[in-house]
Design a protein around this ligand. Structure first.
Ligand code: F0G
Length: 429
């Protein structure tokens, strides 16, 4: 297969750059895409190559990201930093499907990645690029999952990692991972948006490689979520993807990947994408619904701390993708997120709060008549249930009243005397 050459292209002004130097933004300030000229590429040949790698037991292309390396970052296998990420399961949604009112609902569980979130797909590509450019230290701002992932991939590949997190606002499981994997963890006095702005200055001034999703290589890796879902469906295209939105990199990646498959003729239908934000952190949903210019949210808030973001860096890429696929943006309340989560968890699948925006959003869009109840829908679950145990326990003990959340579907733990009669009473209650 002939190598498909990639280059960087500005989302705003279209200026192109080759890959010889590190670059995150255009001279005009716009964000960059890793782009390739797909004209003359044989989509059928590429699809057969991807299929021939399915189920491979070992080696870089056994990864659920590098299986598609020709469309990700075409680099020799020995230069790839991988934890065999991806290859996550696609579940029938069970009780979560009934809750959403959908008959044909599937959940793609990205929480089954090595560090428990979809970030590993972007990070394998981002750290491979860091190595390619000779970086010794990498950095990111994070609401938790990016930092957990980056710290792990940096450790695996022998680089140092520096993490900027909003003080006291990240879920414990994620902080624990960042510390455990040896990331230099700086809790800054401010929110994620402050951390995001600071890390960009720091990387520029201290010559550290930036691994937030503003880095175009991160987005390339994350495209593989969509590729893998399609391959799991034998390249049959679902009607909808429903995906949470925070910094808006992941849905940008999803639409970019689908667009490439469509251009190559590997798929012949365009699925619609619904991006779901938490009501207290929903700048894109506001813009979309009110037809107003983009305006950051000043003090974003939500129990879904992963997406507590007021000024998402990838909003333009996100919008471009949504326009291409006739997508929609919706927001959901705190109660809707946690009730949907109760059903994702009760289905035996489990995911962290932000992930459950997918199910809360699907339900809302079905109720609104936007998604047909017979449609084939894929919800992306972005993070593992164990990432945020406080949210789980708080809901099931019905202790989230201060956040305006009721334990509507709580499974309360009971304290009982240590005798059979007490157990019998508890089982009958
Ligand atoms: N779900 C989870 C579990 C996340 O961690 C994130 C983002 C998202 C959804 C939203 O994805 O930002 O691409 O729109 N977490 C980032 C982080 C911001 O730092 O871990 P997005």
């Amino acid at each position: 297969m002939k190598k498909i050459e990639a280059f960087l292209k500005c989302v705003d002004c279209g200026k192109e750059y080759d890959l010889s130097q590190v670059r995150y933004t255009c001279d005009c300030g716009g964000t960059l895409d890793l782009t390739r000229d797909l004209s003359g590429v044989d989509g059928e040949e590429l699809k057969n190559l991807f299929d021939s790698r399915w189920g491979q037991k070992w080696g870089a292309t056994a990864s659920g990201v590098w299986r598609y390396k020709e469309l990700i970052f075409d680099i020799p296998d020995e230069q790839i930093v991988t934890r065999m990420e991806g290859n996550t399961r696609l579940y029938p949604a069970g009780k979560a499907g009934e809750y959403a009112g959908l008959k044909n609902f599937f959940l793609k569980h990205e929480g089954e990645n090595p560090t428990g979130s979809f970030k590993d797909r972007g990070m394998t590509c981002g750290t491979t690029a860091a190595k390619y450019y000779g970086a010794k230290t990498v950095a990111c701002a994070s609401t938790g999952n990016t930092s957990a992932s980056m710290a792990s991939f940096a450790a695996v590949s022998g680089m140092k990692s520096v993490i900027f997190i909003p003080e006291g606002k990240i879920a414990y499981g994620k902080l624990a991972q960042a510390l455990a994997f040896g990331g230099k963890t700086l809790q800054i006095k401010g929110n994620f948006d402050d951390a995001m702005s600071l890390v960009q200055d720091v990387c520029r001034e201290l010559n550290i490689y930036l691994l937030n999703s503003i880095n175009p290589f991160r987005i390339e890796g994350q495209k593989a979520i969509g590729f893998e879902v399609l391959q799991q469906f034998n390249w049959e295209v679902p009607d909808w993807f429903v995906i949470p939105g925070g910094n808006l990199g992941n849905n940008s990646a999803l639409s970019k990947g689908l667009q490439e498959l469509y251009q190559l003729g590997i798929i012949n239908k365009i699925p619609r994408i619904a991006v779901i934000q938490a009501e207290g952190s929903a700048p894109l949903a506001k813009m979309w619904k009110n037809h107003t210019p983009f305006e950051p949210v000043k003090d974003p808030d939500t129990i879904a701390t992963a997406i507590k973001i007021g000024n998402p860096v990838s909003w333009k890429k996100s919008l471009r993708g949504l326009e291409w696929c006739n997508g929609v943006v919706e927001s959901v309340t705190e109660q809707e997120i946690m009730d949907a989560k109760a059903f994702v968890d009760m289905a035996g699948i489990g995911a962290e709060p932000a992930s459950c925006c997918s199910v809360a959003g699907a339900k809302k869009l079905v109720d609104m008549g936007v998604i047909d109840k017979d449609a084939k829908v894929v919800g992306i679950l972005t993070g593992n249930v164990l990432k945020d145990p406080d949210a789980v326990i708080g809901y099931h003990k019905d202790e989230l009243a201060s956040m305006g959340i009721k334990g509507n579907f709580a499974n309360k733990p009971l304290v009982i005397d240590a005798n059979v009669a007490a157990v019998k009473a508890a089982l009958e209650a």
